[in-house]
Design a protein around this ligand. Structure first.
Ligand SMILES: [Zn+2]
Ligand SMILES: [Zn+2]
Length: 282
């Protein structure tokens, strides 16, 4: 299906340059000619985004999303389970068992059936306009990290995968976040120097071994990365192996702090024993 939101964004930029009355009439005409639709299910919707043309998520799609809301772990941003109890330092049991490499991580959504309907088409089916939708929620959930950030750095794709996919979804999220917050983007701060297979079927230890040395900072960027406060941006955090490789490389380059902001995250990394239980891999 055509991605009308891209055409809507172009039309909106054209209309922005017009006097306000003409712009308002133009918006009504365009909304009548091309009714705004929900970017997920494509049902017509009366709600439009800030550009006045792109449709917002319809109520039924919105209801399927699980936003991550406080209380969350102060370190990894995982929603805190009331049964688990909240430690005085606000850090969850997972982070105490295995402290992450990053300073703080935050995500807007739980990675589940609802958010997959936005993220998988964004990642694999050219639904690039979903970047602005996700970035608005990420800017809310990661506000504290973004206010302190010097640079947004996307998780890189290997050049061969970038040629296949034609775009890096993490870079699109960075650009959309930068438009909202003014934090500059360093698109080529990190590079993948070795192609890795899909990590989905591997254990946590195998994933870490697979990612070891696969991501490095770009030599020409190291001077800017030194002593800088970095926010690494990705679409989903699952095992955290890829993100850990990014964080390790950035600290090795002398970054002052490295935080992580993703559109979604799994509730609990697999293979982490929590209060005597082991969660099954997701
Ligand atoms: Zn919908
Ligand atoms: Zn935690």
């Amino acid at each position: 299906m055509a991605d009308f939101s891209i055409h809507a964004a172009r039309a909106s930029r054209f209309l922005t340059a017009m006097p306000i009355l003409i712009r308002s009439a133009g918006l009504h005409l365009l909304n009548w000619l091309i009714p705004p639709t929900c970017p997920v299910c494509h049902a017509e919707t009366s709600m439009t985004g800030p550009d006045g043309l792109s449709g917002l998520l319809c109520a039924s799609c919105f209801a399927t999303l699980n936003f991550i809301v406080p209380p969350v772990c102060q370190c990894c941003g995982r929603p805190m389970d009331a049964a688990e109890g909240i430690a005085p330092d606000g850090v969850c049991e997972v982070c105490r068992i295995k402290p992450p490499r990053f300073r703080h991580a935050r995500a807007a959504l739980l990675y589940d059936d609802g958010s997959r309907r936005i993220i998988l088409p964004f990642k694999h089916a050219d639904r690039m306009a979903h970047a602005s939708l996700l970035a608005r929620w990420m800017a809310d959930s990661g506000g504290d990290l973004l206010r302190q950030a010097d640079w947004l750095v996307p998780v890189p794709l290997h050049p061969s995968r970038l040629r296949q996919r034609r775009y890096n979804q993490s870079a699109l999220l960075c650009r959309a976040l930068s438009r909202l917050t003014g934090v500059p983007v360093m698109l080529d701060g990190l590079q993948r120097i070795r192609r890795t297979p899909s990590l989905g079927t591997l254990t946590a230890r195998q994933r870490q071994q697979m990612m070891r040395g696969a991501i490095q900072t770009r030599a020409a960027r190291r001077q800017k990365l030194r002593a800088a406060r970095i926010v690494v941006v990705d679409d989903v955090m699952t095992s955290g192996a890829t993100i850990s490789a990014c964080v390790r490389a950035l600290y090795a380059a002398g970054a002052a702090s490295v935080d992580v902001l993703t559109a979604a995250r799994v509730e609990l990394p697999d293979e982490i024993p929590l209060s005597g239980q082991v969660k099954t891999p997701m």
